[in-house]
Each structure stands twice: as C-alpha cells, then as structure tokens.
Ligand binder design. Structure first.
Ligand code: SF4
Length: 292
C-alpha cells in the first residue's frame, strides 16, 4: 500500500498519508516516527514501578495543545522514521531491560501500524495506550485484545476551552465515548501483588491555571460515568511550555490555592487513583527526545 486516506481520529481529515509524509492535521506519514524508546520512571507508580515503564514516544499528535510539554515532537515532529520490524525490535529491547509494560505515548496516528506490529508480536508484559483522549470509539474498538491498559487524558468539559487550548471544540463529544469503550475493554483496574497494573483504565486530568471549575466538572463527570471502574490521576505539575505565553492566563504554574480547591473535590468524591504533588512541576521531568 503506497498511501491511504485517513479518518482514524476525530479530525476525520480524509487526507492522503504516504509512507513518510502525510497531509492531515497530524502531518504524519504511515510509517511510525519515533522520538524516544527508553524506560521511563515518571508515570503513575503502578505504571512505572521500580523498573520503569517501557515508553515509545511517537512523533505527531492529533491535538494541538498550546501548553504541550512535548512540543518538539507533537508539533515540530522530531524523531526517526522506523520500519515495523524496527518498532518490534524496540519493543523487544525494552522487554529485555525488565520494564513493567510497553507504553505507547501519543500513538493515535499510527494505530494501523500498531495493530499490525502487536498482532505479529505480543509482548509478555502489558501494553499501555497513552493518549490525550481525543479518539474515536470505533477506532479504539479495533485495539481490543492488543491493549491491556488505557491511559487517556480527560482534559476539558467545556468546548470553548478545548477549542482555545487544543484546537478541538468537540473534544468531550469524542473523549467520553472513547473512554467508555476503553473501560468496556479493560474492565476494572487490576493491580498485582507488587503494585504493578496489569489491566484497566487510568484517566488523567491536568489542572490548568485559572480553570479550576473545568477541573472540578471533569472530576464530577468521571465519578458519575465510571464510579470505581477507573483510577483517576490528578496532575498538578502544569508548567507553561509550548505556546502558553500566547495565553497570559495560563502562562504560569497553578497556585497552591487552585491545587487544593481541586484536590478537595477529588477527595470529597471519593475518587481512587493518584495525586501528583505541586512540587512535581519541574521541566527536568520532560525526557530528552531524539532530534532525528
Ligand atoms: S490520524 Fe492524522 S491524518 Fe488521520 S484523521 Fe487524525 S489527524 Fe487526520
């Protein structure tokens, strides 16, 4: 196949994608472009454990978040184009390093490749699908049997915010059904005796400055829709990066008051999961990506 017309994600670009280049919103070709393959220690404790999560950072993204920490790969497309065989070798090399899982970060544009690779080679450790949440439920359905753990964001409840900060006015319209499909596939979280997740869905939410109402509404929605069927990871480590300086209201870290306001609601709702401390807001946690 030399090209195909892509409608994999909610952008529904109907754009041609060739082997190494694409004309859709994500700008990516069919072959995976990868910016880092390495153990990663800064995910949730049940994902990173002691040996690390075997992360594969994909280049290109279907969202366009102005505050993206991984801007060089999400929008500037740093990374190396790899063949499917090279991707499989990368998975095997992570397994050989003793990591707890294979963590596919921002994989949406490459779902076709991922299905082919993981059908050819299924690792002996869980496969994690780590996404911004802007997904089509019907595309996620195709990953049943391949993915063991979903790690989606639920960023926004308000369309004006998702439009302004991520160029995706219909974010919630897609993210909620997609997460429902993820939870249908995984069932309730399963964590082994060593505290390592084997199956389930962890929904992340990053608190943005001056947007605590959005965060509270997201937490209430997650409780109402999923109850104890998911874990919720509340992230307080926002640092203004990418193009955040174009939006003065989010061009700062969150304050202790904003953080505790959202944390109070998290605890009051009895959500189960993980809470990131404010002190974890450090640029040092952004990994080094390959230039090419
Ligand atoms: S994966 Fe890329 S090309 Fe395909 S629909 Fe989404 S943004 Fe468009």
């Amino acid at each position: 196949m030399n090209s195909y017309t892509c409608t994999l994600c909610p952008r529904n670009c109907n754009a041609e994608r060739y082997e190494t280049e694409g004309r859709g919103f994500c700008g990516m070709g069919m072959l995976p472009k990868i910016a880092r393959i390495a153990p990663h220690f800064w995910e949730e404790p049940c994902i990173s454990g002691t040996m690390g999560s075997g992360t594969i950072f994909f280049s290109g993204c279907v969202l366009s978040c102005v505050f993206c920490q991984n801007y060089t790969i999400s929008r500037q497309h740093h990374g190396r184009i790899m063949t499917e065989e090279e991707l499989i070798e990368g998975v095997k090399s992570l397994e050989a390093q003793g990591v707890h899982n294979i963590n596919l970060v921002s994989p949406t544009p490459y779902i076709e490749t991922i299905i082919r690779c993981f059908t050819k080679y299924k690792p002996s450790i869980p496969v994690v699908y780590n996404t911004g949440g802007y997904e089509k439920a019907e595309t996620i359905r195709r990953l049943e049997g391949i993915v063991d753990i979903y790690l989606p964001d639920m960023k926004y409840i308000r369309p004006d915010l998702s439009k302004k900060y991520s160029a995706a006015e219909n974010y919630l319209e897609y993210a909620l059904p997609a997460i429902k499909e993820m939870v249908r596939q995984t069932g309730k979280p399963v964590i082994d005796d060593e505290g390592i997740m084997q199956k389930g869905t962890v929904v992340r939410h990053l608190i943005l400055p001056q947007n605590t109402k959005n965060s509270i509404a997201v937490l209430e929605l997650l409780k109402e829709e999923f109850g104890d069927g998911i874990l919720v990871s509340l992230m307080g480590q926002y640092i203004p990066m990418g193009r955040a300086e174009e939006h003065p209201e989010i061009n700062r870290r969150i304050t202790p008051r904003e953080y505790s306001k959202v944390l109070d609601v998290y605890e009051g709702l009895g959500l189960d999961g993980f809470v990131q401390e404010l002190s974890s807001a450090k640029k040092a946690y952004v990994p080094d990506f390959w230039d090419k």
